[in-house]
Ligand binder design. Structure first.
Ligand SMILES: *[C@@H]1O[C@H](CO)[C@@H](O)[C@H](O)[C@H]1NC(C)=O
Length: 321
């Protein structure tokens, strides 16, 4: 740990000077900061919600899905829906401890996800103005994610409004892993635009890129309370620790679809897990300067070095912290 910190500090020093030469803006906009133990602990219930979304619906109805549900015992799901296939499963409910309405989307199996991400027919398009009013005209979003999101948008909004009224609360959390993370991000924006008096927090895990740079900027502006958690650094990092690299393999999904040539970009808010109980916040959108962050961990041109199945494995093994 100490050597990791030292390495990071040395690296930051290096980046600082390079940054000064190249562009002073880069210097102020980018960097990493270690997450505190409290920050990581505060994420745990969100991780459990994201895990719970993988449980069969009949267990979610009674909030009886084992470890994940038991970790948030007071949560009350009020809408559990989807068919896990044409419509991704999701649930909505009330979390008394935080006086918040929670919307959580299930992910999908990794091979299906990979196909969706690397399909050469991937096309971006403008967001539907009926669901997303007032979005800048240059915003483009992956059609596949838009279609998935649109299938559940209306039901989710209705349920959220009902719960906000019943419990007299204005806090909404949107959560998900993988495809569920892409949907939770779109829900974060959708609910922000549809319910302007709500206060939205979005926590997504191992999520792919969802839209173009204009989309990322719009998210930064409209959904500022976003935490985009992704997997541990791996063997491609400069501050390599052979043992750790072996233990913490790579997750390629967050570097897909690629920035080049397709023009996808992540919004801000990356929290990169660097080991059990340690993580760094990565400044900026798609932070490709810091080797502790996802883009330098899993290089896009050689994404196949990322182990697809670790995308779900890390989640099940370490998801609960
Ligand atoms: C709802 O909450 C607001 C602010 O927390 C409070 O001022 C108001 O009295 C509450 N309304 C009801 C019906 O409890």
């Amino acid at each position: 740990m100490a050597s990791f910190r030292t390495g990071t500090a040395a690296l930051l020093l290096g980046l600082c000077c390079l940054g000064t030469l190249a562009s002073p803006l880069t210097l102020t906009a980018r960097g990493i900061r270690h997450a505190s133990a409290q920050d990581i602990e505060a994420l745990a219930p969100f991780t459990q919600f994201a895990r719970a979304a993988y449980c069969p619906k009949h267990k979610l109805h009674g909030w009886n899905c084992g470890e994940a549900c038991a970790a948030i015992p007071d949560f009350k799901p009020t809408l559990v829906d989807g068919d896990g296939n044409l419509v991704q499963d999701y649930f909505v409910g009330f979390w008394p401890e935080k006086l918040a309405v929670v919307v959580t989307h299930q992910g999908t199996d990794p091979t299906k996800m990979f196909a969706l991400m690397t399909d050469l027919n991937i096309v971006k398009g403008p967001l539907q103005s009926a669901l997303f009013p007032g979005v800048p005209s240059n915003v483009r979003v992956h059609y596949g994610f838009q279609l998935e999101h649109a299938k559940t948008a209306k039901q989710i909004k209705e349920e959220v409004l009902k719960l906000m009224e019943t419990h007299n609360v204005s806090e909404i959390y949107t959560v998900g892993h993988s495809l569920g993370g892409a949907l939770a991000l779109l829900d974060g924006l959708f609910l922000t635009l549809q319910i302007p008096y709500a206060s939205i927090k979005t926590v997504i895990y191992g999520a792919p890129r969802v839209g173009n740079e204009a989309f990322a900027r719009f998210i930064d502006q409209m959904v500022p309370d976003l935490t985009r958690v992704n997997n541990q650094r791996g063997k491609n990092t400069v501050i390599v620790d052979r043992e750790l690299a072996y233990q913490w393999p790579l997750d390629p999904i967050p570097v897909l679809p690629p920035r080049w040539p397709l023009g996808f970009k992540h919004p801000e808010g990356e929290l990169h897990l660097t080991g059990s109980g340690s993580a760094v916040y990565c400044d900026g959108e798609d932070n490709d300067l810091d080797v502790a962050c996802q883009d330098r961990t899993v290089h896009e041109p050689i994404i196949l070095t990322g182990n697809l199945f670790d995308h779900v494995k890390w989640f099940h093994q370490y998801g609960g912290f």
